[in-house]
Ligand binder design. Structure first.
Ligand SMILES: [Zn+2]
Length: 492
């Protein structure tokens, strides 16, 4: 009987960015122990991250590929060495905007030639334009690199490197149970009046879709208790004063004040969303120390799966970050977009997220009203039958997914998956396993099961990452908005 083929990805050395990516993808992975044998049976794919590989490691990696392994190299040192040593046909390295693997002996090597790990752990932000149907494109200050796009690329490449070996790509699914996606609606309450809040609440009741509120407590003093009556909704913190600070102590005080007021009304918040979507080290420290389950700041991440950000100055990962789609009707109002254009934008975005099996998390402010847009989004979610949950429910589930330890192997055509939560109890019953085959088709299976690979009923098409939509990097409104925002913040 042949040895079992483990479906484990080996990461050559610890790296926060790569660990963020692999966890988002839900990969079965480990940092390769110093004593481990680098055999093709032990590792379905090896990621050679960093550039510090010495000659001994290079030799072992070459042997791994010779034996039939799939190697993803972050830099290009190893590939260049092999190439110079007489590899006859390296072929085209990038095709259609995507790196392509080149065969070597019985295996394959894919050279990324870019510092993926570094980008995934990047915390810088900048103002950028978003594709939209309006004449002037809306802008927002968001994470500098598009981390979600990069993650989708890496996911696809890992799937491809498995398929080149005839192996399935097995990951932890990104939604509870076998849901194809989820929908969350986030409201940053800002200076919303009680009437505006009631109008939103009314829509939420009419469509039976929960709202995740982030409350600006200073603005709702006197009637904060009303929020506690919104059954099924989630109530989080958007600070007491609507602002963030560079200093740790000011942030903690601003957050604790809001938490204290909420507690007086029997509300125990689990989520935090910083005013203006701003994230900085002092905010991250304050959020971690105030004990939140998760936070959501688009200047750190947007249009992406949840992740635990790397807090370099603390040398550890921080509070779970739940990214959203960062364009709100407010961004559209500023560029004079029509209601119909906003609706079209959300319908197109929802459609593409459903296709790519990405979460649909939109946000809005009561002060910007545009109830027709909210109503159209809600109707669309109902039409697509998308399970609607709160961001806290998604975060709680995601945290459990992160802790589940999954092993998978293939032997004589039988795929076996075994899952255990980190605390040794029963495997979480709402965690499903995604199996991708030949980068084309996918299916979901329970977290503990054995199935014959050829008996799997493939249920969904696996989409390669969508072609990047070309968006200009600048328009005159951006400059105007940057100045206007700075002035607004001075007043907050
Ligand atoms: Zn706000």
């Amino acid at each position: 009987m042949p040895l079992p083929q483990h479906l484990t990805i080996g990461l050559l050395s610890h790296n926060p960015g790569w660990e963020i990516l692999l966890e988002q993808i839900g990969a079965i992975w480990e940092v390769i122990p110093a004593t481990a044998e680098l055999t093709a049976a032990r590792y379905s794919v090896i990621i050679a991250n960093g550039s510090a590989s010495n000659a001994t490691i290079s030799q072992r990696l070459v042997a791994y590929v010779e034996e039939g392994g799939s190697l993803l190299e972050e830099g290009s040192t190893l590939s260049n060495t092999i190439f110079r040593a007489g590899q006859p046909n390296r072929g085209q390295q990038w095709q259609g905007g995507m790196p392509t693997p080149f065969p070597f002996r019985n295996g394959n090597i894919l050279t990324l030639g870019m510092k993926v790990g570094k980008q995934a752990a990047d915390t810088r932000a900048k103002r950028r334009l978003f594709a939209a149907p309006s004449a002037i494109l809306p802008s927002e200050i968001v994470a500098r690199g598009n981390k979600g796009e990069q993650r989708m690329l890496i996911h696809f490449l890992l799937s491809r490197l498995h398929s080149l070996r005839g192996l399935p790509f097995v990951t932890r699914w990104r939604f509870p149970n076998n849901a194809p996606t989820i929908f969350c609606y986030r409201i940053d309450s800002d200076h919303g009046t009680q009437l505006q809040i009631e109008q939103l609440h009314h829509l939420s009741l009419a469509y039976q879709l929960p709202i995740t509120w982030f409350l600006h407590t200073e603005a709702h003093q006197g009637w904060l208790g009303r929020f506690a009556e919104f059954e099924g909704d989630e109530l989080g913190v958007h600070c007491h004063r609507h602002r963030t600070f560079k200093g740790y102590r000011e942030n903690v005080e601003n957050i604790r004040r809001a938490m204290e007021l909420l507690r007086q009304h029997g509300i125990t918040p689990r989520g935090f969303a910083a005013p203006n979507g701003f994230w900085n080290p002092a905010v991250a420290d304050a959020v971690a120390d105030c004990g939140f389950l998760y936070s959501s700041e688009f200047s750190l991440g947007y249009d992406d799966l949840p992740f635990f950000p790397w807090l370099r100055w603390r040398g550890r990962f921080g509070t779970l970050q739940v990214p959203i789609h960062p364009v709100s009707p407010g961004n559209f109002r500023r560029v004079g977009a029509a209601t119909a254009q906003m609706i079209e934008h959300y319908q197109t975005t929802l459609q593409s997220k459903v296709m790519a099996a990405e979460p649909v998390i939109f946000y809005h402010h009561p002060t910007h009203q545009q109830w027709g847009v909210t109503e159209a989004i809600f109707a669309d979610v109902r039409r697509h039958n998308i399970p609607a949950i709160t961001m806290g429910q998604y975060a709680e589930w995601w945290a459990r997914r992160s802790k589940a330890s999954v092993r998978a192997n293939l032997q004589n055509g039988l795929l076996t998956v075994a899952t255990q939560p980190a605390d040794g109890g029963d495997a979480p019953s709402d965690l499903w396993i995604s199996v991708e085959h030949h980068c084309e088709k996918g299916a979901l299976m329970p977290a503990n099961a054995t199935v014959r690979l050829e008996d799997i009923r493939w249920e969904r098409e696996v989409q390669p990452p969508a072609k990047r939509q070309r968006v200009p990097s600048f328009n005159f409104k951006m400059l105007f908005h940057s100045v206007e925002d700075s002035l607004t913040r001075l007043r907050q």
